[in-house]
Design a protein around this ligand. Structure first.
Ligand code: GLA
Length: 393
């Protein structure tokens, strides 16, 4: 795929949304809401182990232009899917396609006791879909922001992230952790967000001006992702159960230090030991990354990202030939660090490089990748945006 084509992913703005709304409803929208996709800098497969993560909100998002309705109906047109959904808040029943995310959020908000009003709107996004950049969490949080806006509810980012996660776990049926929803709700422009997934405490960490993050999409199917994800979760729980005979105070792998794991490794079958080793060392790498960022030590952050990739590849076994190649090409092109990001098994890698090298890095790595694999990978340079919010019109 020619490099220039990636510009198609940068298409949404308030003007385009307001125009689409006007075409459909012959009126200006009352509000436009926006919630971002995410890329995780480090801390992979730690969130369902009560551990630490360090994602940032992408400057790409799902947007909805909307106005309230006097009744309890929701009508939403997706420009990306060219489909309209219509449903009553008194009869939520769809678990199909993108409608499941919209209805799931309505369900979770109502389950939490919120009295919702209906609304109608137009939705579009420039988070690539199915690429592992959390377009689904962006959709959930944009929908949550729309409901809170029309229903005169206060916006509590952490609570909304928890309800969106509940929608995804219990309505859509995907057993994700809290990372994607919490960064989409609570991201801070110019910052990565350090999240303690046990307490849900968040701490924005400023990103160094001299560095850029480049997202590299592998264009490889993520077919295994669902079943393997659940299998990894089960393996982590297994590790905890077996370690509890020696460490009765632990409830998750968050409670186990790398030293404790080494001391008790004989309790675990080799595969389970390696899964646990990834999680406990990854938690330590996230803490070290936060320290490195606070010191402006980008080359140390790069080393930690590379170590994270090796651990995901060798111990957690969620990488792929394509993701390994992207990391290798980025490092050969002079990046400070690179790693797969998100659940793995396809999707994206992320690389950290000098700001002035970022465009050339993105282009050079992807051209070489596409040439060697025959795939239609693409890349974009990204900066950290805010979490879900209502935009000025
Ligand atoms: C997916 C899940 C997240 C997290 C990552 C792996 O993105 O939705 O909760 O577990 O995988 O770090």
């Amino acid at each position: 795929m020619p490099w220039r084509e990636i510009s198609i992913f940068r298409t949404v703005n308030t003007h385009r949304l307001a125009t689409a709304f006007l075409d459909r409803f012959q009126a200006q929208p009352a509000a436009i809401v926006r919630a971002p996709g995410r890329v995780n800098l480090i801390g992979e497969h730690t969130d369902y182990n009560d551990g630490f993560v360090l994602p940032m909100a992408l400057d790409r998002a799902v947007w909805i232009a909307l106005r309230p309705r006097p009744d309890r109906w929701v009508q939403l047109h997706s420009l990306d899917f060219d489909q309209t959904i219509v449903f009553s808040l008194d009869d939520l029943n769809s678990r199909d396609g993108w409608e499941a995310y919209v209805q799931g959020v309505a369900w979770a908000l109502q389950e939490a006791g919120y009295r919702l009003r209906g609304w109608e709107g137009v939705m579009a996004g420039d988070v690539p879909i199915g690429a592992g950049l959390s377009s689904s969490a962006a959709t959930e949080l944009a929908v949550a922001r729309a409901f809170t806006h029309v229903s005169d509810m206060a916006w509590h980012p952490t609570e909304m992230a928890q309800l969106a996660q509940k929608a995804e776990n219990q309505w859509v049926g995907v057993h994700c952790g809290i990372m994607d929803q919490l960064i989409a709700a609570a991201g801070v422009a110019g910052h990565a967000l350090f999240i303690d997934t046990r307490t849900l405490a968040t701490d924005p960490i400023p990103l160094p001006k001299q560095a850029r993050f480049v997202v590299l999409y592998s264009d490889a199917p993520r077919t295994l992702a669902g079943s393997a994800y659940n299998q990894r979760r089960a393996e982590c729980e297994d590790a905890v159960r077996q370690l509890q005979s020696a460490l009765p105070g632990i409830t998750t792998l968050r409670d186990v230090s790398p030293e404790q794991l080494e001391a008790h490794r004989d309790l675990l079958p080799p595969v389970i030991y390696r899964r646990a080793r990834h999680v406990v060392t990854e938690n330590a790498r996230v803490l070290a990354s936060v320290r490195a960022l606070r010191l402006g030590d980008v080359s140390r952050l790069g080393e930690l990202m590379l170590a994270s990739h090796a651990s995901l590849r060798d111990d957690y076994e969620v990488s792929s030939r394509e993701l390994d190649l992207l990391v290798e090409l980025a490092m050969a092109a002079g990046a400070w660090g690179a790693r797969l990001t998100g659940a793995g098994f396809g999707g994206c890698a992320i690389t950290l490089c000098r700001a002035e090298d970022a465009d050339a890095m993105a282009q050079g790595v992807i051209e070489e990748y596409n040439r060697r694999t025959g795939r239609a990978g693409y890349a974009f340079v990204t900066s950290a945006a805010d979490g879900a919010r209502v935009m000025g019109l």
